[in-house]
Design a protein around this ligand. Structure first.
Ligand code: B12
Ligand code: SF4
Ligand code: SF4
Length: 381
């Protein structure tokens, strides 16, 4: 999951907020929490972030090239460090979170059915970016009306914003060892978004305490051993990166470890004990479309490009492109332990594919023909 910088040109917001008394600002801040809830956000926090330390950590991470081909993460570092540069005149950020777990979805059942396709639960339904941005903009409008005037701008994954450290400082949650933001009452199955404003609202307290304790379940379960240690991910090994962000060939040594995960990965969150407290989404937009929560790999492999484009309209899955889609499914078919039917499907598609996809198909056919053994089923405590 990444930021699509190119989609939203960044324009300076003129500082427009009138001077309000402290009493009025305090009353307004209370209202903001209520209005955010009415807009469908499960939680919000107002913050004036200090990202110096986080920017230094990001710098070290980039130095190690853990970002792989996500070169946009290495640009606009000044704005990541000093977020108000992104929206001149702004002086607070309202950080929000929205739950995305769809109802009646059994990740484990799909992960342990090698003939099925595992698609990360954040992307089974409609793309969250536009929807959350729209809600945040409505929230901004409502605050501006109450304040008399206010400059505001919404971001969801769509700009050089360090969303996680901002959320932590806004009191949304703490950084888990898997690097995601965790909330005591809601686990980690939620999206983050931000509204930059130019009204000096009083801020909320940060989450200071980590609640991971001695647990290392997320680090231990990662199929590709992508964590170099607690709080540090080598993204180039993460299945989410390999299936969504990586262009071209997937490194051969990682392919067998990917199992049937064809778009994103949830393992480090599935195993997290705090996700016992996660809530299902209230948004029907996030409910699975085209039965993507329970579909066979072969069915998806047989989609032609027109079907792919039609069925992924308004979905974040589009990001991987048709070639990436076929590449990912070919790897999963190679890991499926399937017989003649699977090899036939791979061979039938082969003449219509790019060189890159063909190479993955050949890898899959060889693996199936050699009768390579399947990975053991995923066990959660
Ligand atoms: C690039 C990116 C990815 C990359 C890299 C992930 C990564 N861990 O960095 C890839 C493609 C792998 C990815 C995968 C996923 N992503 Co993503 N991703 C992003 C994106 C665009 C930028 C993250 C970034 O800047 N990474 C660089 C690293 C260095 O920065 P950082 O992790 O924030 O690191 C800070 C802290 O870890 C801290 N830190 C470092 N050391 C220490 C030590 C301690 C003790 C502490 C407390 C902190 C700390 O300092 C760092 C610098 O600020 C954000 C959106 C955004 N604009 O922020 C979404 C985002 C992080 N992704 C998200 C999601 C949902 C996912 C997936 C779950 C999707 C999926 N199911 O496949 C996976 C999870 C994988 C994982 N375990 O992280 C959500 C997370 C929501 C949440 N609850 O936290 C975000 C916020 C998008 C959103 N708007 O909701 N993602
Ligand atoms: S998303 Fe999957 S591959 Fe990536 S770090 Fe988590 S468990 Fe590992
Ligand atoms: S699995 Fe354990 S270590 Fe990992 S984030 Fe959850 S509580 Fe923290």
């Amino acid at each position: 999951m990444t930021d699509s910088v190119s989609s939203t040109p960044i324009q300076p917001a003129q500082p427009t907020a009138p001077e309000l008394s402290d009493k009025k600002l305090t009353a307004l801040a209370k209202q903001v929490h209520l209005w955010a809830a009415e807009a469908g956000f499960q939680e919000c926090g107002i913050v004036d972030p200090d990202l110096e330390e986080d920017a230094n950590q990001l710098h070290q991470w980039l130095e190690k090239h853990y970002h792989g081909e996500m070169s946009y993460l290495a640009t606009n570092t000044d704005k990541r460090r000093a977020p108000y540069l992104l929206v001149p005149g702004s002086c607070r950020i309202i950080s929000v979170r929205m739950d995305y777990t769809p109802p009646a979805f059994s990740s484990l059942k799909v992960l342990n059915s090698p003939e099925k396709a595992y698609i990360a639960r954040y992307t089974l339904g409609r793309d969250y970016h536009k929807m959350m941005r729209k809600r945040l903009t409505q929230l901004g409008k409502r605050i501006a009306e109450a304040a008399g005037n206010m400059g505001y701008r919404a971001f969801v994954d769509s700009a050089p914003v360090m969303e996680r450290p901002i959320a932590q400082q806004a009191g949304i949650g703490w950084t888990g060892k898997h690097t995601l933001i965790l909330n005591r009452h809601a686990g980690s199955w939620f999206f983050l978004g931000e509204l930059f404003i130019d009204l000096p609202l009083p801020t909320d307290p940060p989450v200071e305490k980590q609640h991971c304790g001695s647990c290392t379940a997320c680090l231990d379960i990662c199929p590709t051993k992508a964590f170099t240690g607690p709080y540090e991910l080598d993204a180039t090994r993460c299945i989410s990166y390999l299936t969504i962000e990586k262009k071209g060939a997937i490194p051969e040594e990682l392919r067998p470890l990917m199992g049937n995960r064809i778009f994103g990965c949830d393992d480090c969150q599935l195993v997290c004990p705090w996700n016992r407290f996660a809530k299902q989404t209230e948004e029907t937009d996030f409910h699975p479309r085209h039965q993507l929560d329970d579909v066979s790999l072969i069915d998806l492999f047989n989609w032609n490009e027109a079907a792919f484009l039609k069925r992924t309209e308004g979905s974040a899955i589009r990001r991987t492109g048709y070639d990436g889609w076929l590449r990912n499914i070919a790897v999963a078919l190679g890991n499926s332990g399937g017989g003649k039917e699977v090899i036939d499907a791979l061979e039938a598609k082969r003449p219509h594919c790019s060189e890159m996809v063909t190479e993955h198909i050949d890898w899959a056919i060889k693996r199936l023909s050699d009768g390579e053994t399947l990975l053991s089923p995923i066990q959660l405590k």
